[in-house]
Design a protein around this ligand. Structure first.
Ligand SMILES: *Cc1c(COP(=O)(O)O)cnc(C)c1O
Length: 462
């Protein structure tokens, strides 16, 4: 199994190399050269398996000879052992023909644990074998950082530094980053906004001397291994509702197009998915693009679903690559226009291709709150604001095909928005009820590249 860049100018890599590299050197994103297929009998055979067994069968062909069968099975088993639900990704029913896929039973209560827990174990095994160590640096507005820290804590091949904007993440998010006691974990509160965190991260990756000195690695949502991990729950949930005999549709609250792109891969592998519905909040660049209004950035407006507050949806490049017939030069040109002019038009042919698979919708702030309130009244189920965006848009696309909406975070992660909508303050699950008592460990850092690099040099174990 080989991986190629969406811009066609970077070296072809193995699964392991693509995972350790993250972003391709030509600025593109790695995608599999060919998409492995699962036949109807292969899919039917997933019924009744554990999540881990299904994960092995779905992901195995993408990994090639980077990991042995035994190693890969062991990695999967360790990745999901810390989840608080035996089914890992259980489903509940919201209404006739409408189901909610709960992806928030991982250690940090958001769906990012599915990918991050796996990638932590994959990195550890690959790096041990190579006799290498890396320094992972990430920027977060909340969920990614806590998921990364939780995934890499205590793994001795890795030091993990997470930059978050001081005073601008929720208390649960901050405590999830600052309370792990392992010495390879470093939470850095930067004096600035999330954009400053991302800018300094980018600066570090572009400072090649520093990058090589500390063996910098990234695990943001463009890492192919993260996309792959998310393909699994599309299969397990569809099979639970009768696939491959019965088609299903999915609605996915999306920011970076990572989670829904995993659904697209599942569909390309042969899972009978009718429609993939993109659900955005008021930051609706994807909804506008898929409605034919061009892909045009317009600044971020903070919302009550902050993990979807994005300006540029980085994984969308992978969908464009296929929509343009895998023409790397064409994708490179679009991305150039995006950088220089803040947007681009999608060709008629490419747009038509995208619209055959994807539908879209958006939810305003008021609609999101109203949906949390309404679903609580109708079912007793408490949604997080991101999931509520999904449910609102899904309800506009209900038909005869069963609809599965992805619930991306636990409501206790966003207690203020939920309480404002329902009057109920959702409690943390028992297994992390002592989060507010655990001691915090965090370094406050100024928004300055040299100071940051110095701190990382000093703190990392060599
Ligand atoms: C990250 C995140 C999203 C958006 O996921 P993408 O992969 O960026 O599309 C949605 N909901 C929650 C809770 C998240 O943490």
């Amino acid at each position: 199994m080989k991986y190629i860049s969406t811009r066609g100018q970077a070296p072809v890599l193995s699964f392991e190399e693509a995972m350790l590299t993250g972003l391709a050197r030509d600025g593109g994103l790695y995608v599999p050269e060919t998409i492995p297929q699962m036949s109807a009998p292969d899919i039917a055979a997933l019924a009744g398996l554990s999540y881990e067994e299904a994960a092995f069968r779905v992901m195995r062909p993408f990994v090639g000879d980077s990991f042995s069968d035994d190693d890969f099975a062991e990695i999967i088993s360790r990745a999901y052992a810390g989840f608080g639900h035996a089914a890992r990704a259980p489903m509940v029913q919201l209404a006739p023909n409408h189901f909610l896929l709960e992806l928030f039973h991982g250690p940090t209560l958001a769906f990012k644990d599915f990918a991050m827990q796996l990638i932590g174990q994959l990195f550890q095994v690959a790096l041990k074998r190579r006799g290498e160590k890396v320094t992972i640096v990430g920027a977060t507005s909340g969920d990614t950082g806590s998921a990364a820290i939780e995934a890499f804590r205590g793994l001795d091949a890795v030091d993990v530094f997470i930059l978050f904007p001081h005073g601008r993440v929720s208390e649960v998010q901050r405590r999830q980053m600052t309370t792990p006691a392992e010495t390879n974990v470093h939470a850095l509160a930067l004096d600035g906004h999330f954009d400053d965190c991302q800018a300094r991260l980018k600066d570090m990756f572009n400072h090649f001397e520093f990058r090589d000195e500390v063996a910098l690695a990234g695990v943001n949502s463009i890492n192919w291994a993260r996309v792959l991990a998310q393909v699994v729950y599309y299969f397990t949930s569809a099979v639970a509702l009768g696939a491959p005999q019965r088609k299903v549709s999915f609605t996915v609250p999306t920011g970076n197009f990572g989670d829904i792109f995993a659904g697209y891969i599942a569909r390309r592998m042969g899972l009978p998915i009718e429609t993939l519905v993109v659900a955005t909040n008021q930051n609706d660049i994807l909804h506008r693009a898929l409605s034919g209004q061009g892909y045009v950035t317009s600044g971020v407006t903070p919302s009550i679903s902050p993990s979807m507050d994005i300006q540029v949806s980085s994984n969308f490049e992978r969908a464009l690559f296929d929509a343009y017939g895998r023409d790397g030069a064409a994708v490179g040109q679009l991305m150039g226009e995006l950088k220089e002019q803040g947007g681009f038009r999608i060709s008629q042919g490419a747009l038509q291709g995208l619209q055959e698979t994807f539908a879209s919708g958006r939810a305003s702030e008021e609609e999101t709150s109203a949906m949390i309130r309404q679903i609580y009244a109708e079912t007793g189920e408490i949604l997080c604001p991101h999931s509520a965006v999904g449910v609102k848009v899904a309800r506009e696309h209900l038909g005869t095909t069963p609809m599965i909406t992805l619930a991306t975070a636990h409501p206790a992660k966003f207690p203020d928005a939920v309480e404002a909508a329902t009057g109920q303050r959702p409690p943390l699950p028992n297994r992390m009820a002592d989060l507010y008592e655990r001691p915090e460990r965090v370094s406050r850092v100024e928004n300055d590249l040299a100071a940051l690099e110095e701190l990382i040099r000093e703190r990392r174990a060599v």
